[in-house]
Ligand binder design. Structure first.
Ligand code: GAL
Length: 296
């Protein structure tokens, strides 16, 4: 994942670090921590707390504590009224002394989900109401390169880069008024490429964009209930060329998508999936290289 979509980023903080989380945390948001474990690490901890008081100690909603000593583990707990609750210990440690890491805390209504280096690690049920969480701390034997807060409207890709095939999550699904920009470059000897706006839990594709270079056709379609729909093909001109940079803009309106390439309007596509919130994944595959994808 990149921190390019972050609404707030803290770079190279001095440890121990404590800082406010602007606007608090809402379901769908992500806190991303990029750092390196020190070679002599015994432990470090990431705390999501309610305030930053030390006397009395603020409540800690999530204490996430990798331990490297004799039996490596990750301990999670909450501190309430200055007392620790019961520990949730995972006897597995995805961190290595001396190695860089990327930790993602995905905020859900009922749980925090933590992933490390692109792989889900654990879930922790809220013991302190999410509305009270407003402070982030990290301390212990790590160096932190960046902490980013990624809003729930962003597209995020677990693979962490822009490689194709690309799969990005639209955490809260689409809404009218949002737009997606896809920037990239067509391959030198392209056949075609495909952009799918889809539902991650089914096979359904609300909108497939499929420019085919040889024939100069730009096919749009949907795949719903195991069937392709009616193709839409009309375009005033074909906007892509081998090796050329492009910027695709997809505007989601109440009744249709509107698409422009390199600033020129190309077509509309009436919504065939009415529940726009169910469109929660963006895929790109085929003969392109991607440089940037954003949801606004
Ligand atoms: C304690 C430790 C604390 C915290 C807590 C979590 O033993 O001293 O720093 O990690 O466990 O339950």
């Amino acid at each position: 994942m990149s921190v390019a979509n972050a609404r707030h980023t803290v770079l190279n903080p001095v440890l121990p670090y404590t800082g406010g989380i602007p606007g608090g945390l809402e379901p769908g948001e992500i806190v991303i921590i990029q750092g390196t474990v020190l070679p002599d690490a015994d432990r470090f901890q990431i705390d999501l707390s309610s305030g930053c008081s030390t006397k009395p100690r603020s409540d800690i909603a999530l204490h996430f504590n990798p331990r490297f000593a004799s039996s490596p583990c990750v301990v999670c707990n909450s501190l309430k009224g200055e007392s620790w609750g019961s520990e949730e210990t995972l006897h597995q440690l995805p961190y290595k002394r001396g190695a860089p890491f990327e930790t993602i805390i995905l905020v859900h209504e009922d749980v925090f989900k933590v992933a490390v280096n692109g792989t889900h690690l654990l879930e922790y049920k809220h013991r302190v109401p999410l509305e009270r969480v407003n402070t982030f701390s990290i301390s212990g034997k790590v160096v932190v390169h960046a902490v980013g807060y990624i809003p729930n409207s962003a597209i995020y890709s677990e693979s962490g880069d822009m490689s194709v095939p690309y799969k990005g999550s639209i955490l809260k699904g689409l809404r009218p008024g949002q737009h997606i920009t896809i920037k990239g470059q067509v391959s030198m000897y392209p056949h075609s490429f495909t952009v799918n706006l889809r539902n991650s839990r089914t096979e359904n594709i609300a909108l497939q964009l499929n420019p085919r270079m040889k024939s100069g056709m730009f096919i749009r379609n949907s795949y719903l209930s195991e069937a392709w729909g009616r193709e839409e093909r009309e375009v005033p001109f074909f906007p892509f060329s081998p090796g050329e940079y492009f910027e695709v803009l997809i505007l989601c309106q109440p009744h249709q998508f509107k698409l422009a390439v390199n600033g020129c309007h190309l077509f509309e596509f009436r919504h065939r999936v009415q529940d726009l919130g169910s469109i929660d994944q963006l895929e790109v595959m085929g003969d392109v290289e991607l440089s940037d994808i954003k949801l606004w």
